[in-house]
Design a protein around this ligand. Structure first.
Ligand code: GRF
Length: 213
């Protein structure tokens, strides 16, 4: 199968980017990574991408006056690479409705919680504060609702009595590195779709609805 052209957006460390690149290089994930774009010039993931021989671009959000102008410039930059898939891998910005609609059905994110639990930031602190016994990560389609798009795949981990936010985050992160490439593989193989059904956004794998939607 021909590799699917994609662009990856990051803001920081880039460990999910690294996990994706590893699978692509190993021939287990049919993606052609056309560019890695960061909104932060100092993002460590940019160096990882360069070392992997990928094209990197920085679009610094601090140089823009408002979210609409930034997202419009980001959209133009992304589209210059003609991707069929845009992968958010620790891209720490809320996206405008115009941006999200433009990539509807072609925009995926990974979030460090079992959505719909703990949307937003500081999910590991929130999970510990709530006293849950299970936590995890979710891959989802991005829609206008922040962290609210239909879930594609989740990984569950136990919360242990001695956990702090760092130990819990590390346990979740190693699962992120497993499930994100898996979900991306489905998308690259054209098995995964976002569809509107009964007024709701639904994720479908091989034509079957993945979760209640
Ligand atoms: C991950 O926890 C991801 O779930 C969240 O941001 C973090 C990014 O980490 N969206 P990394 O940059 O991929 O290491």
């Amino acid at each position: 199968m021909a590799a699917m052209p994609c662009v990856i957006l990051i803001s920081g460390r880039g460990s999910n980017l690294q996990a994706i690149v590893r699978e692509v290089v190993a021939g287990r994930l049919p993606l052609e990574i056309r560019a890695v774009i960061s909104n932060r010039p100092e993002a460590a993931g940019l160096e990882l991408a360069r070392r992997a021989g990928l094209i990197t671009r920085v679009l610094d959000h601090t140089r823009f006056t408002d979210r609409e102008t930034y997202d419009a410039a980001l959209l133009t930059l992304i589209d210059s690479y003609q991707p069929q898939l845009v992968i958010l891998a620790g891209f720490m910005r809320i996206l405008t409705a115009q941006f999200v609609q433009h990539y509807r059905g072609h925009l995926l994110n990974i979030h460090p919680s079992l959505l719909p639990d703990f949307p937003g930031l500081d999910t590991h602190h929130s999970a510990l504060a709530a006293g849950v016994t299970e936590h995890g990560a979710s891959v989802h389609f991005v829609t206008e609702q922040v962290d609210g798009g239909p879930v594609i795949l989740q990984a569950r981990v136990p919360v242990l009595p001695q956990d702090n936010a760092e130990t819990l985050a590390a346990r979740v992160l190693s699962e992120e590195h497993r499930i994100y490439p898996q979900a991306l593989r489905w998308f690259a193989e054209k098995r995964l779709h976002l569809e509107r059904r009964g007024g709701h956004d639904c994720a479908l794998l091989d034509g079957k609805v993945l979760a209640s939607c």
